[in-house]
Design a protein around this ligand. Sequence first.
Ligand code: FPP
Length: 244
Amino acid sequence: MDLLEQIDRQRVPQHVAIIMDGNGRWAQQRGNKRLYGHENGVNAVRQATEAAGKAGVKYLTLYAFSTENWNRPKDEVEGLMLLLVESINTELQTLIKNGIQLRIIGQTQGLPLQVQQKLQVAIDKTAHCETLTLIVALNYGAHQELADAARQMAIDCLNGKLSPNDISPSTVQQYLYTASIPNPELMIRTSGEHRLSNFLLWQMAYSELHFTPVLWPDFTQDDFYKAVIDFQHRERRFGGTTSV
Ligand code: FPP
C-alpha cells in the first residue's frame, strides 16, 4: 500500500515545519560546490510542498535562510538569495494554480531590496490562495523574533495599547512573526543532525520532532509521508497524562 494511503486523514498535522539540511554535504559528495546542493534542494522543496498539499497539511514552514547564514562565504549567500528569488518567480504560476499562498517570516527588511520587492509581488499575487500556506523563513532567527516581540510589546505598553499586567503567553504568541498561524505539530530535520538551530523556539514547545538521515536534495514525497505517519504513531500529552 502506498504511504499516502497509510496516513490517517483525521489526524493530519495542520502545520509542519522543516529544517532543510544537508545541501552542502550532498554537493561535496559529488565533488561540486555547495551552491549546486542548494540548486538541487529546490527540487526537494517542490516535493515537500506537493506532498504537504496531498496529505492535507494546511501550513508548511521551510527554514531557508537563518540570521546566522550571513556568516557563509559571500558567493554562497548571494547565490542563495538569487536562487530563492528565481525559484519563487519560476514557480509563481504553479503556486497560484495549486492554491498555495506564500508568506515570509523573518527580518525581511534586512534582505537585499530587490529580493524584498520580488517576494512582495509573489506574496500579493498568492494572497487569495487557500489550499496550503507556504511559509518561507528568511533571515529568520527565533531569538531575534522574541527580541522583536519584546520590543513591540514594550512600545505598545508605552503608547497605552497594552498593559504590562496583561502580558500572558497568548499575548506573546500574538507578537510573533507567526501571530495568525497555528504552532507546528511536527518538525522534520534532514541530514541526521539533531538540533533546533534557533528555529521557531517558542512555537515548537510541544512539537513532535522527526529526524531523518536523508540529505535535503534527496528528500522525496515518501519521506514527507513517513514523517507524518511517524507523527501519527506518537502519543501527544502536552504535559498531561493519558493513563488513568
Ligand atoms: C542547509 O544546507 C540549507 C540551506 C541553508 C538553504 C536551503 C535553501 C534552499 C533549498 C533553496 C531554495 C528554497 C526555497 C524555499 C525555494 P547546508 O548548506 O547547511 O548543508 P550542510 O549542512 O551539508 O553544509
